[in-house]
Write a protein of this length. Structure first.
Length: 230
C-alpha cells in the first residue's frame, strides 16, 4: 500500500526535485541517496498505519527538510539526533525500524541540514506531549520547488499549475489514513484541500513569525481530540 503510493510519486513535473527518484548530483553524498530517502519515507509511513489521528499537511518540500530526509517537515538534523538535547526531538520520534541516515554531503553541514519549520513542528509535538506516531506530516505538493537560477539549495513558492498536479497524490495520501483529522498548514494547502472538497482545519504556517500561533492552534486541536475542551 505505502510502497505503491511512493512509486506513484516517481513521475514529477520539470522544475521540481523528486527526492525519492532523483539524485541531487551536486549535493547528495552518494548515488544511493534516492533509495535511502524512499526507505525512510516508507518506514515513516508504515509505522503510523493504524495509529495516525492527525494528518498535518503543509505546502511543499523544502531543501533543508524533505529534500534530503525524504520526509515532509523533517530535517536530517532531527534524524541524526542533533535536535534532541536542545529541543527534546529524538530520532526515534520519526521512525524506529531502520537506522536513520543523511543523504547530503557532510561539507554542506556537518550535523546535517536543518529546517526551521521542521524544528518548530517537531518541537511543538514534543512540547505538547503529542505522540509523534499519531501524526503524519505531508505536503500538498509532494516534490521540492526550487529556483532554477539559484540551484537545488533554494526554495520558491509553487505555481498554481504545480499545486494542481499535486492534487491527485494528495487525495491518494489522505486515503491511506482513515478516520484522521486533516490539518492544513498555511493558505496554499487550504486551497488544495478546499479543491478536493474534504473537511479540514486550518492553522498558521510556523514560518515568518507564525510559530506561536501554530503552537496555540495545534494545542487546541490536540485538546479537542482528547476531549479536554468541547
Amino acid at each position: 500500500m505505502f510502497a505503491d503510493f511512493i512509486e506513484s510519486l516517481r513521475h514529477s513535473p520539470p522544475g521540481l526535485f523528486n527526492p525519492w527518484f532523483h539524485r541531487d548530483r551536486e549535493n547528495d553524498a552518494g548515488s544511493d541517496a534516492p533509495r535511502i530517502r524512499r526507505e525512510q519515507l516508507l518506514r515513516y509511513l508504515e509505522e503510523r498505519a493504524g495509529r495516525a489521528e492527525i494528518l498535518l499537511v503543509a505546502e511543499a518540500l523544502g531543501y533543508q527538510g524533505g529534500h534530503f530526509s525524504g520526509i515532509a517537515m523533517t530535517s536530517e538534523r532531527i534524524l541524526l539526533g542533533h535536535q534532541n538535547q536542545k529541543y527534546g526531538i529524538s530520532p526515534e520520534s520519526v521512525f524506529r525500524g531502520i537506522r536513520p541516515r543523511r543523504t547530503s554531503k557532510e561539507e554542506l553541514n556537518l550535523k546535517g541540514m536543518s529546517e526551521p519549520t521542521a524544528t518548530i513542528v517537531w518541537g511543538a509535538l514534543t512540547e505538547l506531549g503529542i505522540n509523534p506516531y499519531s501524526v503524519v506530516l505531508w505536503n500538498a505538493l509532494p516534490w521540492h520547488p526550487y529556483k532554477k537560477e539559484k540551484g537545488m539549495l533554494s526554495n520558491r513558492t509553487p505555481k498554481s499549475s504545480e499545486m494542481e498536479l499535486g492534487l491527485r497524490h494528495l487525495r491518494s495520501f489522505i486515503s491511506l489514513f482513515e478516520n484522521t483529522k486533516l490539518v492544513a498548514v498555511g493558505r496554499k494547502c487550504e486551497e488544495s484541500l478546499t479543491e478536493l472538497g474534504v473537511p479540514f482545519t486550518g492553522v498558521r504556517h510556523p514560518a515568518n513569525g507564525g510559530a506561536p500561533g501554530f503552537r496555540m492552534q495545534l494545542a487546541e486541536i490536540h485538546a479537542r481530540r482528547k476531549g479536554f475542551i468541547s
